[in-house]
Design a binder for this molecule. Sequence first.
Ligand SMILES: *[C@@H]1O[C@H](CO)[C@@H](O)[C@H](O)[C@H]1NC(C)=O
Ligand SMILES: *[C@@H]1O[C@H](CO)[C@@H](O)[C@H](O)[C@H]1NC(C)=O
Ligand SMILES: *[C@@H]1O[C@H](CO)[C@@H](O)[C@H](O)[C@H]1NC(C)=O
Length: 473
Amino acid sequence: MDNPAFEVHEEGSKNDLSMGKINTISRMEKKKQWSLLSIFLVCLLACVVTTAIGVLILSLVYINNSQSHLNVQFAAGVWPLRTTVDPKVQKAVDPKFQFLNHLPKSKVFEYSGGAIQWARYRNNVKDYLNDEEEAFGTSLNSQKSHMTLGTLRIKSKGLRAPHWHFNANEHGYLVQGTAWIGVVDDGGEIVTTYNVTAGQVIFFPQNTLHWIKNVGNEDCFFLLFFSTHDELQTLDVDDVFFSTPEDIASRSLKPEGGIDFIRKFQKQKEDQAVNLPSNLAELVMNASYVQSPDSLVWRYFYDLKGSKEYQFPGGVIQMAQHWRNGSELSNNEKIFSEFLNQHQNTLALSTLRIYNNGLRQPHFHFNANEMGYVLSGCGKVGIINTESTIEFNINIGDVVFFPIGTQHYIKNTCDEDLLFILAFSTGDQLQTLDMDDYLQATADHILAQLFFKKQSEFKKIPKFKEDQAINLP
Ligand SMILES: *[C@@H]1O[C@H](CO)[C@@H](O)[C@H](O)[C@H]1NC(C)=O
Ligand SMILES: *[C@@H]1O[C@H](CO)[C@@H](O)[C@H](O)[C@H]1NC(C)=O
Ligand SMILES: *[C@@H]1O[C@H](CO)[C@@H](O)[C@H](O)[C@H]1NC(C)=O
């Protein structure tokens, strides 16, 4: 009886008993009223339906007549690409984002020991932060660029966990800081360790295990290029350890205490990709940071900052690549050049400095896609495609992408130098053609015929002794 639902039901049945007759009469009256009302409603409904069908027929006829008119409008430039309205067109992303990524605005993956950001292709479009990022990632993938870029910041004493990449070589440039890096090669007998400093380049071949420990007082800041346009596949040593069955781990490592020793390891809740335990001083007492002999070190490292400078009137270029003719290289550089050449699908790295007012003139590469990161300064980039010319501004942290064969130019628009780190998707020497070179190389009379100009006019384009790849006005 305490049940409220039961009480309500009982009250209702009491009423029915006491007022049974009255209820029956009023119900009969209501029935009559309802039947009149329902006839009226049915008529009304019929009316509405007929009107609706009429309007529908009329509007269909109208749309058929005006369809051609609408198509003309779209073609005239309202929607220049497609005439059908699909969701992708409605997004209307500026086409420059096929070539430009504002990396500082991208998602920051934070860890206790540092942070990672990406300019990359994603399998799942939902993993892009916005349409601009999607346009860039899609362009990297559809051009088969062999390019992914990440920035890695490691705090002082922080550690990028030992790991390897299934599907890419890794090439990097240390912008700032000092890091003790270890690389474990096939078989594990050869471990190469080295203190890498700012301005140097790293190369970790696909599937070599490596770790990066910040041994300086300031943050380390790495630019990392991976030779894949798919999602990078990585395995960290702690993750693979905890995924290994305890008995298998115990039998493989044969530790004192056996499987109980293995069971005492606790997986941390947070991802330890870049780690920095708060009790580090308790854990590590006797760290030593030894360095391997040159013959090993310079396979994985290259002193780009200290390498030969290619001087131009408007700037400087330095290269970390495989050289077919290594006669001008130092011994250490030769080791690197030859080691690169022993691997498939490697990248060439480069720094490009453009002075105030300087212009890296229009040019293109025969044998490589190019990805660049703006380290300092600001400028304007132009891309000359088969369809159009796209110009956009670039600032610190921006990432640019120039597909193979696409002519591009870069102009410094700041007082300070514009400095780039560039990666090229070739294991060979980079092959490039500049605008002045190909116009000089084309016969006068061919140009005269092409441009409707007298042959003698083309004598006005001077030839310079010095290479004008980066020029000044
Ligand atoms: C640290 O090094 C000292 C001296 O070489 C040694 O006596 C000590 O046992 C080491 N401690 C650890 C934890 O390895
Ligand atoms: C590497 O750097 C650490 C930290 O500055 C230093 O203790 C160590 O001696 C260096 N190793 C070499 C071989 O220079
Ligand atoms: C390599 O370059 C040097 C100097 O630039 C040159 O003297 C030499 O002939 C070149 N060797 C080959 C095989 O091309």
